[in-house]
Design a protein around this ligand. Sequence first.
Ligand SMILES: [Zn+2]
Length: 566
Amino acid sequence: MHDLVIRKGTIVDGTGRERFTGDVAIDDGMIVATGRVAERGKREIDAAGRLVTPGWVDVHTHYDGQVTWDPILAPSSWHGVTTLVMGNCGVGFAPRRPGEENFLIELMEGVEDIPGTALHEGIDWRWESFPEYLDALAAMPRVLDVAAQVPHCALRAYVLGDRAHADEIDADAIAAMARLTEEAMRAGAVGFTTSRTILHRSKHGLVPGTNSTPEELLALGSALGAAGHGVFEMVADLQGQEPDLSWMIDFCRRTGRTITFALAQTPMQPTAWRDTLARVDQLAADGLKIVPQVPTRPTGMLYGLQSSLHPFISHPTYVASLAALPLDERVARLRTADVRARILAEEPGIEHPIARLLMTNWPGIFPLGNPPDYEPTAESSAFAVAAREGRRPEEVVYDWMLERDGRQFMFAPLANYVDTNFDALREMMVHPRSVLGLSDGGAHCGLICDASMPTYLLTHWARDRKRGERIPLEQAVRLQTGNTAAVYGFRDRGTLEVGKKGDVNVIDHDALQLHAPEMVFDLPGGGRRLIQRVDGYRYTVVSGAVTFEDGEPTGAKPGTLVRGHA
Ligand SMILES: [Zn+2]
C-alpha cells in the first residue's frame, strides 16, 4: 500500500513533455510511480479533470524574517509554492552581530518595505553566524521547503561595522567576507546575493555594497566556486550590460557557477533586453551560465488609499486632514464635494522628481479591478479615459480610488510595460536562457503584491490571454518547476518523475482565479501587508503530505530547509 496515490489526473510533469492522464504514487515523501498505479494508497486523491503538476519552485522571495515566526508563509503557500528561495537582492538577517539587528531591519524596511515593527517583534535572533541561521530555520516546522542565500549587506555589516557603506574596502575585509561566504555555502546556503541598483536604499542611503568593486564581487563569488555549488544573484541597474558584464563573465569562467540578474524592459532602453538576451546566448555557447531573471507580469505598484503610494498622498489637504484617518472615515470625507474640489485644485507636495513622475504618470496608471487585470489596454489608462471623457486624469483617478469603498487598487507597472502589452515580456519569459523569478514574496508589503506570479502563469499565460500569444501549459509549468529548480541545482525536485520529491499541486484549472489584492494587518505588532487570495488549488502536497486542501492549511508541516551542496 502506497502512502498517497493521486488518481486519474491530467499530469503536466514539469519536464515540458505533453500532458497525459495518469496516477502519481508517493511513498516516504518520494514519487515512486507515475502513469498507471494498480496498488492502493493509504490516502487516495481523485484528480479526474484536474491538473497534477509539481509544486512551484519560486527562487526569488524575501521571507528571511517572516520565515522565523510564520510556518504558513502566505501568500506564496496559498499559490502552490512548495519550495522558495530567500535572501535575494543582498538583504537578509545573517550573519548578524548582536546589537546590529536594527541596522539589518532598517535595510529590509527600506529596500523591501517590510514593516520594521513586525521584524522587531517577530524575529527572536537565535543565531549569529549564517550556519547558525540555517540551523535555526531547520529546527522550525513549516508548510513548505525554504532555501537561504548569503546577503552581501549583512556580510558587510558584520565584517565592516560602521564602514559597511564604504565603496572600496581593504583586502583583509574582503578576505574575511569571502571566508564567511564559503563557510555559509558549505553549511548549505544556496547562493550569494547583492544589490547594484540606486532604487534599493534605506534611511542610511544606498544599501551596503551597491558600488562594490569587481575585485570584491569576484572574491566573494569565488567562495561559490570553492564550495562547488550555489548561484550568484543580483539586482542591478545595468541589467547585465558593461561594465558589469566583464566581471560577470570572469565570475562564470573562474567558478563555473551560475549568475542570475533581474532583467526588464525599461522606458529608457526599451530594446536593450533583446541585446542582453542575444549576448547571453552567445556566452552560453561557451558554457557560461548567465541567467536573466524575469517575472510573469510587470512588477506593479498598487496605488490606493490603503497602500503606501497614490497620486494624492502628498497633496496638502490630504496630508493635513485625511492621511491619519481610518479608511472608512477617509473615504467618507473624500466623497464630499468640498474635499474633492480642494484636493483636485492642489498640486503634489512631494519634491522628489522620480516620485512625482511616478504619481502623475497618467498613461501608466490603470484600474486593477476585481478580478485583477494586469495586462490592461492603453485605452483604459487614466490618461486615455480622461481624454475620452473630457476630464482631467486627476479626477478619473480620484474616482477610481474611491471604488470598492476605497479598497480599489490602481496598477502602475514599473517596467516591462513600455508597449502597453506583454509581447516583450513573453519573449523574455520563454527565452531558453532566462528563469522566472522576481515575485518578491514576503516583501513590498505596502505597495506590491506579486507572490501570486506562479498562479498568474496558469491563469493568464496558459489560459486567458487574449491580447497576444499565450504560453502552452506544458511549457508554463516547466518554467516554474523543472526550470527554476535546475537553475538552483535542486536535483531532487521540480518534476513529477520517479525518485523526485513528492511535491505536487492538484489544480482545478477552469476554476483557478486570482482575487484582487487586499490589505491586512496581521504581521507581528499589527503590521500591514498586501495579500492576494486565489481559488482553484484543490490540494498542495509537500513531501507526500497534504498541506493545503481547497485553500485551507491542513495543519501538516512537512517543510524542511533545503541545503545546497556540491
Ligand atoms: Zn528582490
